[in-house]
Design a protein around this ligand. Structure first.
Ligand code: PHE
Length: 460
């Protein structure tokens, strides 16, 4: 994207590689490293992994191709895309759901990203050093239940996100991501090695890799689906928006494949890094949103140069969170800029401030507001934070995914989508017709059934 925004000519990526890095940067984030292990831990481990993989490979890939094709074809924001392809119809509401979901996700995402920033600081000043294994959980709970400190970190994170989105992302994000991805891999591998060599770690490997199919139930399947969409940034218009900055020469299918592969790989590596350590340190895999913050410092404390790796890890995690948060904010900014014709700067600042304010109750719900529970039919009572996550990830994202498939298949028509994806026949992938079949018949129906089952609307 150019830094000097020219309102008559739309911004675009510098190169296909830049697009892959930015889209992979959007996909790989807290969802893969923070959320995946804790949701998997609460949902039976290996069974969850198994269903997650199916959802990500089959449904995630299908929806991602739709989103990229729609965005590149229309060269518009999430709402404008539907308006342009189906003028005068109500389909733009699908884009509007995406904008709403992005806003909600950004609100609680910045809370967790604030925790990671705080953990960089805490590692640097040595507050995590010298704790006993059992003390890491208490340390974390104390921190997140404080009514002020986490909100300050959340605001710092939001300010950084807004500054980058205002400045334009090409030179910043494209460059950073190229260094970040390999570094993140390397450090995850190191953690895995240490985690696997801890005494008692094999229980964790078993928990994560050997599925007990008797644990499958509709709630687990819905969380795995929600997690697949969340970790791949689908169903909220982010991939439509990023696709809209693509030029007509880029090879979308190969880019989408790389993005999915990276997203899945990082989630699996994160699971392998965490679960062996969870069991080795005697913690519980269903430790909730604090899981990695409680377990990883314990692993680092048992590693040579652990303090150094701890700092690097939280820095990388923060940057991974940043590249995802940028894409969430970009959905809002592109929408406001294209539809309401505001400047990028005004759009970014106002959306950032509003998402920050909406995030405050999520932060407080970890402490002084933890007694305010929301009861949804068929679900465990949830604090505000979990409610926002559930609503966005397990309801809005799957609905977005269903609508994107239906729109692509029946309104835009699969043939037009295939023409877009194959660059007018230049890349004739033999599986594209199969993809068309998935978009038309399989993906929307499967997602719909999972959603109904998971919400307890269909009684099994
Ligand atoms: N995929 C991101 C992550 O895993 C979160 C995200 C969701 C980003 C939706 C953009 C859109 O952290």
């Amino acid at each position: 994207m150019s830094k000097n925004i020219n309102y008559t000519k739309r911004e675009s990526w510098g190169s296909s590689f830049g697009f892959i890095m930015a889209a992979a940067g959007s996909a790989v984030g807290l969802g893969n490293i923070w959320k995946f292990p804790y949701v998997a831990g609460e949902s039976g481990g290996a069974v969850f992994l198994f269903i997650y993989l199916i959802c990500a490979l089959l449904l995630g890939f299908t929806v991602m191709l739709c989103e990229h094709a729609l965005g590149r074809n229309s060269q518009q924001d999430a709402v404008g895309t539907f308006k342009k392809i189906a003028p005068g119809k109500k389909w733009w509401l699908v884009g509007a759901i995406g904008v709403l979901a992005s806003f909600i996700i950004l609100s609680f995402y910045s809370v967790v990203a604030g925790w990671t920033l705080a953990y960089i600081f805490k590692s640097v000043i040595g507050s995590l050093a010298g704790l006993q294994l059992t003390e890491y959980s208490g340390f974390f709970s104390n921190f997140i239940s404080n009514p002020v400190e986490p909100i300050i970190w959340q605001s710092i994170f939001m300010i950084i996100t807004v500054i980058i989105v205002v400045a334009g992302v090409q030179s910043g994000i494209e460059k950073w991501s190229k260094v970040l991805m390999p570094a993140l891999f390397a450090i995850l591998l190191l953690i895995i090695v240490r985690s696997l060599t801890l005494e008692g770690s094999m229980e964790g490997v078993k928990f994560f890799l050997s599925p007990d199919f008797s644990k499958i139930n509709s709630t687990v399947v819905l969380s795995a689906l929600g997690q697949a969409f969340f970790s791949l940034s689908l169903g909220v218009g982010a991939m439509i928006t990023y696709g809209s900055y693509l030029n007509k020469r880029s090879n979308i299918p190969s880019a989408a494949f790389m993005i999915i592969a990276l997203g899945i790989l990082v989630a699996v590596l994160a699971g392998l890094a965490i679960f062996p350590a969870v069991f080795a340190t005697g913690m519980s895999p269903s430790g909730g949103p604090g899981l990695i913050f409680m377990v990883l410092p314990a692993v680092f404390s048992k590693m040579p140069f652990g303090h150094f790796f701890e700092i690097i890890f939280f820095i990388l995690l923060s940057i991974a969170a940043l590249t995802s948060a940028i894409s969430l904010l970009e959905v809002l900014v592109a929408f406001i800029k294209d539809q309401l014709k505001w400047t990028r700067k005004k759009a970014a600042i106002i959306s950032g401030v509003l998402a920050f304010i909406w995030g405050i109750p999520s932060s407080l719900s970890q402490g002084i507001w933890s007694e305010f529970l929301f009861k949804l039919p068929g679900q465990k009572p949830k604090v505000f934070f979990d409610l926002m996550d559930f609503f966005a990830s397990n309801i809005l994202m799957p609905i977005g995914g269903i609508c994107v498939c239906i729109f692509t298949a029946y309104i835009w028509k699969t043939n037009n989508a295939i023409t877009e994806l194959s660059n007018n026949g230049k890349y004739r992938y033999s599986w594209l017709p199969l993809w068309g079949f998935l978009v038309k018949y399989i993906a929307p129906i499967v997602i719909f059934l999972v959603l109904l089952q998971g919400l307890g609307i269909l009684k099994s």
